[in-house]
Ligand binder design. Structure first.
Ligand code: GLR
Ligand code: MG
Length: 432
């Protein structure tokens, strides 16, 4: 029997390249902070996890890391309780809206759950390696061998202002033709069979036109539009009328459960969310008012993979569909997402992933999408291996003072750095 006691915890904040992808808040900055968590057991088994790297997560993660030694990686139920002993800088979170993720009002508990999520994944990875079992087996076993993902389309600039960051060859996409061209490349290179367009960037008619152009280019294939709460219920209903029969679902057209319920009452287009159902206390109102028909789970929000399974069960009980949300992330999180998605029986929609936009990673072998799907790994743990050189390089960037402004993700600040947008502030929602 191996000794599963945690004897060491390593936290490594990194900055990873991110293209100039546009959203309602602004634009992705050239580099985004992520945090890599390693837990080491008495027997020398190391498990890895990944979460947000901004200071408001990093500080409680450091405190949490101090509490973990002596804890068994098998005591997964004890992880959330441990988090209650961690202080979260209230000034940083209460009533503030997350500058990047748009996950509704921030609370200390949401921050704690995002921290715990990485430690839970790291514990599961270590436990799986110690037992010789894949993470999906520890979660009860996979119900599918492949997990389907959708192409995550963004309006974007060709490059960051003043040539900052890493260049790529995707080119600009600022109109329907550009979005269709981007989608075609996603299909060519990854085989995706469904598409999500990040909206809330341009006035609604321009985004309706982009969705129509996608429908024409990819007849019968599932399409989603997500303006991150940029529209009033009235605008949302107009868009829903125009795109009825075209959209698989409309994601967070209006901000908050009450506005979503108002939209939902006036349309048959299913509404999805990763903004108004992001933590347990938010479920009741949204489900009882039929505000949403699909929840985008996200283990970084809910506190880990087992909490994601619990969310899936609640959604099933209420007849609410399940999909999966993603934010800028690396391969550790994609592995975790794939393991949990493999275990959820009622996953009726392909999952989101930003991963194709992320060219930098800390794992030795990047995940490859085939036919828009990832094969579920049966290797022990998550089935990924840390690339220590890459981790060191991306951490060195994080340490480098000339990148200090990137240590907090702030899409509005990134927008202000662009010519012509110097006075930009993230618009109040709804915007249109
Ligand atoms: O589905 C979503 O709402 C997201 O992925 C939120 C993200 O912050 C996305 O808007 C982004 O990264 O620009
Ligand atoms: Mg969304």
């Amino acid at each position: 029997m191996s000794d599963l006691t945690v004897t060491d915890v390593r936290l490594t904040p990194v900055l990873i390249a991110d293209p100039p992808l546009l959203n309602v808040q602004g634009v992705h900055q050239p580099y985004t902070p992520r945090l890599v968590v390693e837990v080491v057991t008495a027997d020398g088994v190391t498990g890895v996890g990944e979460t947000y790297g901004d200071t408001k997560y990093l500080e409680p993660a450091r405190a949490y890391a101090g509490l973990l030694p002596g804890h068994s990686v098998a005591d997964l139920n004890g992880l959330a309780a441990l988090a209650q002993r961690v202080a979260v800088g209230h000034a940083r979170v209460e009533h503030a809206v997350d500058a990047a993720g748009l996950r509704g009002a921030q609370t200390a508990d949401k921050v704690r759950l995002s921290v715990v999520s990485a430690f839970e994944v790291a514990c599961l990875d270590a436990l799986g390696k110690a037992y010789g079992q894949p993470v999906h087996a520890l979660l009860g076993g996979k119900v599918r061998d492949h997990v389907e993902y959708s192409a995550y389309l963004f309006h974007r600039w060709e490059e960051h202002p003043d040539g900052a960051g890493e260049r790529d060859d995707w080119g600009a996409a600022l109109d329907p033709a550009g979005i269709v061209a981007q989608a075609r490349r996603f299909v060519r290179e990854y085989g995706f069979r469904s598409f999500k367009l990040k909206g809330g960037v341009f006035e609604p008619d321009r985004e309706i036109a982009a969705v129509r152009a996608l429908a024409e280019a990819f007849p019968g294939q599932p399409l989603r539009l997500d303006p991150n709460g940029a529209w009033t219920p009235e605008t949302s209903l107009r868009v829903a009328r125009e795109l009825e029969g075209v959209l698989e679902y409309l994601e967070d057209p209006s901000p908050g459960a009450a506005a979503m319920a108002e939209v939902s009452a006036g349309t048959d287009v299913p509404l999805a969310t990763n903004m108004c159902v992001t933590a347990v206390p938010e479920i009741r109102e949204a489900f009882l008012t039929d505000a949403v028909q699909v929840v985008l789970s996200d283990h970084h929000y809910w506190g880990g993979l087992r909490a994601t399974q619990e969310l899936a069960a609640v959604c099933h009980a209420f007849g609410v569909g399940l999909s999966m949300h993603s934010n800028t992330h690396m391969g550790i999180s994609l592995a975790a997402m794939t393991h949990v998605a493999a275990t959820v029986p009622h996953l009726g929609h392909s999952c989101d992933s930003h991963y194709p936009w992320q060219t930098e990673d800390v794992i030795t072998r990047r995940h490859t999408f085939t036919g828009g799907r990832l094969t579920v790994s049966d290797a022990p743990g998550l089935g990924v291996e840390l690339d220590r050189d890459a981790l060191g390089r991306l951490h060195a960037r994080w340490l480098d003072e000339s990148y200090a402004a990137m240590r907090e993700r702030d899409d509005a600040a990134a927008m202000r750095r662009a010519r012509g947008h110097e006075t930009w502030t993230a618009p109040g929602l709804p915007r249109w």
